[in-house]
Design a protein around this ligand. Sequence first.
Ligand code: NAG
Ligand code: NAG
Ligand code: NAG
Length: 383
Amino acid sequence: MAAIIFLLSMAVGVVTSQPSPPPSGNCHIPAIYNFGDSNSDTGGIAAAFYPPGPPCGETFFKRPVGRASDGRLIIDFIAEKLGLLYLSAYLDSIKANYTHGANFATGGATIKRVNESWFANGVSPFSLDVQVEHFNQFKDKTTYLYNQAKEESQRSNLPKPDDFVKAIYTIDIGQNDIAYAFRTLGVEASRVVIPDLVNQFVSCVQQLYGKGARAFWIHNTGPIGCLPVIYAKNLDPPPGSLDEVGCAKDQNAIAIEFNKQLRAKVIQLRSDLPKAILIYVDMYSAKYELISNAKDLGFKQWFTICCGYHDVDEDVYCGNRGKINGSEVFADSCKDPTKVISWDGVHYSDAANNWIATKITKGLFSDPSLSITELCPKHVSIM
Ligand SMILES: *[C@@H]1O[C@H](CO)[C@@H](O)[C@H](O)[C@H]1NC(C)=O
Ligand SMILES: *[C@@H]1O[C@H](CO)[C@@H](O)[C@H](O)[C@H]1NC(C)=O
Ligand SMILES: *[C@@H]1O[C@H](CO)[C@@H](O)[C@H](O)[C@H]1NC(C)=O
């Protein structure tokens, strides 16, 4: 199995470009609090460890900015859609601005703590439970500081305490737990861990609710069997192991099972947490639709990797130097990153994230089907 997942990427960075004004006619969502892995990390793991350099960020930000992509992530497009600035990472202490939310996601993060490390396997020490703990501290400290402030200027990068209940809480995590299970148990046996993962996920949602979160936007996990790095290593697939698009069927089956159980739990949470609104977003189907229609949508074949070299036993990840077929190479980007779905074999390109975000923010893959701009929390006091 490919040693998957989290390339990090990055460089401490605050993004300065200003999004368009908020859409009118919907409720005003003042902030986003995000939890997850590299799919939505806007600079957390980069601030905590080593930020990989160029060519990450080149398409949109024109420099590495802590994201595993050539440009924006889905969470960035969500922020744009809500008329908010891109989220600062909680772990980034340089010019962070938290007036409109914070990002607790870290590349390589898992739902459950695992017995591996950042240095050995690229696993983030900031698992979902730790991210929730970071949020708790964030909320308590910023509320204290906001209330202590003697003048407005002392609040210029702090969230308004009243906004926590009106914010949306986005979560996108699970892929690294599944990859970890593949590594340690094998693909088929991975099924056994799913209930535990989903329970832990739910427990984190309940803790956020206990801390006043009321509107949840929950992404399920993507088609891990369609990661181009897996495809690149699987040159001689056993007959019948790939689906009609070329993705690994058994790996996708585990993601599908995780999603099925997660969805059932989200439905359960709607009765357990009566003051909350919970949107379940079928990210798997959105990504799979893009992958299976790559050509028609103007992209190269889905397994094309823009940045990085991979074959059966060699890998030179994006932005690194290494040896492939006996020659020294630098893994730079392809000619036109706007035509590829996969930036680095694991993470999606700015163009792909844009396509996916456009669909999901309209509610086309959500249950209930609701545009993200209509995700108004049921206005209620906390607890
Ligand atoms: C983690 O590793 C330690 C020491 O190698 C071992 O004793 C423990 O059982 C492992 N825990 C899990 C959950 O695998
Ligand atoms: C933080 O962003 C808000 C907009 O959300 C802006 O009004 C404020 O001036 C910014 N604060 C700093 C310190 O840049
Ligand atoms: C290495 O060489 C082989 C044989 O020419 C080729 O099939 C393979 O794609 C090369 N590997 C990479 C990563 O370019």
